[in-house]
Design a protein around this ligand. Structure first.
Ligand code: SF4
Length: 507
């Protein structure tokens, strides 16, 4: 039977019918109800943050609010909301107050938190930096919750430092003379500032310009002060290299980063409980190395938790004599890599043009006479004790007359006008005990866990929370930023280890 095609094929000479499709009308105005509670799903992490913050004692934040009922003044945003907004934003890698304000306009999670209101970015930015003591207390409160859940035991704490870029560029570092030139110019500009009554520019623009100029002048004055402090803290003259400070963030310091590049940074010190990888202490320093950072870290953990850790596990950058003595005095078991001095010493020898046959290991130590004997058989008597940062070393030096007349001088101490010297670390009972302990398989097994635990929060904070570079400037503000990031990290661990499993169990 022949198929009837009359409904698909138009008769000859007629156009085929148009496809029937929905038109998009972008001119219309719609009013539609929004059920705020249904903007996000039941197990959305923003609910967990709101719930946890609601459980904490926020009295220190409320105590600072001046707007009270019965007195004239505008109501303020609830600190519980502002804390939750910042925690949720950091969790998603957002660290800009402007960006949070934008997200409040359309992002369901932010809309749920604010009840469809938009929080002004000034309010958010001020809140982040205004409550230092209250924020420290909040960090402790969250640790209390985690401890109650059995996630913090302080039996073993891994400590590590990580460099985070400062909010300043390499080009902002200048010598004293350049900073003084810039300061003179800035002062002149401040004196010649536009009249606020000027009709050519709006008053708001003039005020903003004045504020920017004053801030620049202030930063330059701080940079010159910082230069003075850096020069004063140098144990030796800096030689040809002049000290420089940043005109953008005078408190930032040039440090060697993880990728081997130098740049303006701060040194963030993080102590992590080994059990559930919870951060139990965070601090920020301007020190380029971690050498002297363990003792303050133990004190921070003690201040946060009410007791000191039983054991601290660190890398080779923190195992020095001062650290060993401090931990022994505090009765904290120290586990760490033995200091690797030989590689560094050999590198320095090579740079000075010393032949390998005259490296320090070629010199024999005579314990009975407390002196060294060089390959030419000459004696290097004890000269002096040196404290370099956290380590104590004894220096032994050959007589100038011995080296001057020596046939090996060009290989042993080229270009030196004094006699050749050798240094020996002063072995204290604490160092000897530490070295003996670190040779045991048990201590080595514990040390092997270090990288996995200590580097976990570092990676999380940099990759997920996005703290690769500080947004704020100055030691106090970057410390606040680091505490917000570590607090967020701990809240994320509570969600992962406590809240999510509870949600699954209830489902
Ligand atoms: S240069 Fe001095 S220290 Fe070196 S081998 Fe000769 S005498 Fe000894």
């Amino acid at each position: 039977m022949e198929k009837d095609k009359s409904w698909t094929t138009p008769p000859k000479g007629e156009q085929p019918p148009r496809v029937r499709q929905k038109e998009i009308n972008r001119q219309q105005l719609l009013l539609r109800p929004v059920e705020v509670e249904k903007l996000i799903e039941k197990d959305h992490p923003v609910r967990a943050i709101w719930e946890l913050v609601g459980r904490l004692n926020l009295e220190p934040f409320y105590a600072e609010i001046e707007s009270v009922e019965g007195v004239a003044g505008r109501p303020v945003w609830d600190p519980r909301l502002l804390i939750s907004l910042w925690l949720y934003a950091y969790k998603d890698g957002v660290s800009s107050a402007r960006e949070i304000a934008r997200l409040c306009e359309y992002h369901p999670a932010y809309q749920w938190l604010t009840g469809l209101e938009v929080v002004n970015y000034h309010t958010l930015a001020d809140f982040r930096i205004r409550h230092k003591e209250a924020l420290d207390q909040l960090f402790i409160e969250v640790l209390g919750v985690l401890s109650h859940e059995g996630l913090v035991t302080l039996q073993r704490v891994m400590h590590d430092g990580t460099k985070v870029k400062a909010c300043a560029s390499d080009k902002s570092f200048h010598r004293k003379a350049t900073l003084q030139d810039h300061l003179r110019l800035a002062r002149e500009q401040v004196e010649q500032m536009a009249d606020p009554e000027s009709e050519e520019l709006s008053q708001r623009v003039v005020q903003a310009q004045q504020r920017a100029l004053r801030e620049r002048q202030q930063r330059l004055e701080e940079a010159i002060r910082a230069l003075g402090q850096m020069e004063a803290s140098r144990s030796e003259p800096s030689g040809k290299k002049e000290t420089r400070a940043s005109s953008t963030d005078p408190e930032a310091r040039v440090m060697l980063g993880a990728k081997g590049a130098y740049g303006p940074s701060y040194n963030v010190q993080i102590s992590t409980d080994a059990g559930a990888k919870i951060i139990v202490g965070v601090g920020v320093t301007q020190a380029a190395t971690d050498a002297a950072e363990l003792d303050p870290a133990v004190e921070r953990v003690k201040a946060n938790m009410g007791e000191k850790p039983k054991q601290m596990v660190v890398d080779g950058g923190l195992t020095n004599q001062a650290t060993m003595e401090a931990m022994a005095e505090k009765q904290v078991d120290l586990i760490g890599a033995l200091p690797e001095r030989r590689g560094g010493a050999e590198k320095r020898m090579k740079q000075r043009g010393v032949s390998p046959e005259f490296y320090p290991q070629a010199f024999e130590y005579d314990a009975s006479a407390d002196c060294y004997r060089c390959p030419a058989g000459k004696e290097l008597p004890y000269e002096t004790e040196e404290r370099s940062g956290a380590s104590v070393r004894r220096r032994y030096r050959a007589k100038v007359s011995d080296c001057r007349g020596c046939v090996f001088q060009s290989q042993c101490c080229p270009g030196t006008k004094r006699g050749r010297s050798v240094v020996r670390s002063k072995a204290t009972p604490e160092m000897a005990a530490f070295q003996a302990k670190m040779e045991t398989p048990e201590a080595q097994a514990v040390y092997k866990q270090r990288a996995g635990v200590a580097e976990f929060p570092n990676a999380w904070i940099k990759d997920k929370i996005g703290l690769r570079q500080f947004r704020l400037r100055g030691l106090v503000k970057v410390t606040l930023e680091a505490v917000w990031a570590c607090l967020t990290y701990n809240v994320c661990q509570w969600i992962r280890l406590c809240w999510k499993p509870q949600q699954l169990a209830q489902a």
